[in-house]
Design a protein around this ligand. Structure first.
Ligand SMILES: NC(=O)c1ccc[n+]([C@@H]2O[C@H](COP(=O)([O-])OP(=O)(O)OC[C@H]3O[C@@H](n4cnc5c(N)ncnc54)[C@H](O)[C@@H]3O)[C@@H](O)[C@H]2O)c1
Length: 369
């Protein structure tokens, strides 16, 4: 694993939990953890249960004991390290966004694909039980024809103009701001649940262009109108400047026969509304499904109904899915996001940024593998 901070901790927790809480397709061995500072990476490796650590990720790539390379580094380290790992025969799980832009993400997808290893881009919100249940409802045709997708991802994380520079705030290390960091999740969920995006029109803002430690050259927030290939229209918005909003990812889908709504801060719930002309209750509006029954997605591993799970479980489900694909030589898609999904999300992110600059509606075309 490359990186031991926020995502490194979330992924490590998943590898540790999978063997005793699930029927593990493979039992992970935490071989080696890479960081930059010897003292910090040694401490994290010991706490998470890695056998050893290194201060150069290339040591992971050259380590024959490593079968799966898990990239939890900043965005600027995704493509190069993931490609190197795949080309040395390792399966690759890489955090989102896959690259800093579409070109870099395309290089990552096309080269990793050619290495004939399994690849997954860590869009973990596909692995919320309520989101998978929504996918099942949509795939069964219960929403009818989908007309709208409305996605919002709001945080207050950098509202304070005195909060210092981080790697998330420069193009060099992040690629983009709210677009690639938060918007990429919305884009992936829109693609997963509704279908491919064909065009966007957008506006971006950088509210605080200079912070202690340097200049910000990425977007702080964006608003976009999106068109889907199958005819649906929608809106996407993300910002890290929304006081009171902690990790407020929410979406709503409206179809000809029903609507679904989801809020990550209440992640065990799915709001459903179905139009049943024969029912006296037609028109009653939304009701809440508590997604915790044994027949609900992923609940076979957890607790009796109503004994709720949380955000960290998305990584357990996600990595379990990837280990299953490796163990059984099965495709990562359609439920797991592949590097191709990561690349396609990056094309949409780039189109949002282009539209914000040109002021025009951007038609999106996707490159082949
Ligand atoms: N799926 C999600 O919900 C989610 C949430 C947060 C972050 N992310 C993604 O995960 C990735 C990591 O984000 P994070 O929040 O964990 O960041 P972080 O800043 O908490 O951690 C980054 C890690 O990378 C290490 N690192 C940085 N530069 C390095 C270098 N040159 N060599 C070796 N190690 C280096 C740091 O020491 C740290 O351990 C990002 O791509 C981010 O977009 C995904």
């Amino acid at each position: 694993m490359l990186g031991y901070a926020f995502m490194g901790k979330a992924h490590s927790n998943a590898y540790r939990t999978i063997p005793y809480m699930t029927r593990p397709p493979l039992v992970p061995r935490l071989v080696s953890l890479a960081g930059r500072s010897t003292e910090k990476v040694a401490e994290a490796a010991s706490r998470y249960g890695f056998e050893t650590y290194c201060t150069d990720w290339r040591d992971l790539v050259g380590n024959d004991s490593v079968g799966l390379f898990d990239n939890c580094g900043p965005n600027s380290m995704h493509a190069e390290a993931s490609i190197a790992a795949a080309e040395s025969g390792k399966h690759v799980l890489c955090e989102k966004p896959l690259g800093r832009n579409a070109d870099e993400s395309y290089a990552a997808w096309s080269r990793v694909e050619k290495a004939h290893v399994k690849h997954m881009c860590a869009f973990n919100y596909r692995f919320v039980p309520a989101v998978r249940l929504a996918k099942e409802i949509i795939d069964a045709g219960d929403l009818g024809e989908i007309r709208h997708f409305r996605g919002r991802y709001l945080q207050e994380s950098i509202l304070d103009p005195e909060s210092p520079m981080t790697w998330r705030l420069t193009q060099e290390t992040a690629g983009s701001g709210a677009v690639g960091d938060l918007g990429a999740h919305l884009i992936d969920l829109g693609r997963y649940l509704v279908g491919e995006v064909s065009a966007v029109m957008a506006a971006t803002r950088t509210f605080v262009p200079e912070r202690p430690g340097g200049k910000v050259d990425v977007d702080d927030a964006f608003e976009a109108i999106v068109e889907f290939e199958e005819g649906a229209v929608g809106t996407l918005e993300a910002s890290r400047f929304c006081l009171g909003r902690k990790n407020a990812l929410s979406w709503e889908i409206n179809g000809s026969k029903g609507s679904l709504a989801f809020d990550l801060e209440r992640l065990n719930e799915l709001q459903v509304a179905f139009r049943d002309p024969d029912s006296k209750r037609a028109g009653d509006g939304f009701r809440t499904v508590l997604v915790s029954e044994s027949q609900h997605p992923f609940w076979e591993y957890w607790w009796p109904p109503g004994h709720m799970i949380g955000w960290e479980h998305t990584f357990i489900h996600e990595i379990h899915h990837f280990l299953t694909a490796i163990a059984e030589d099965r495709p990562v898609g359609p439920h797991g996001a592949t590097f191709e999904d990561g690349y396609r999300a990056a094309e949409i992110c780039d189109a949002i940024l282009r539209s914000a600059t040109t002021g025009s509606r951007e038609q999106i075309s996707y490159r082949g593998g």
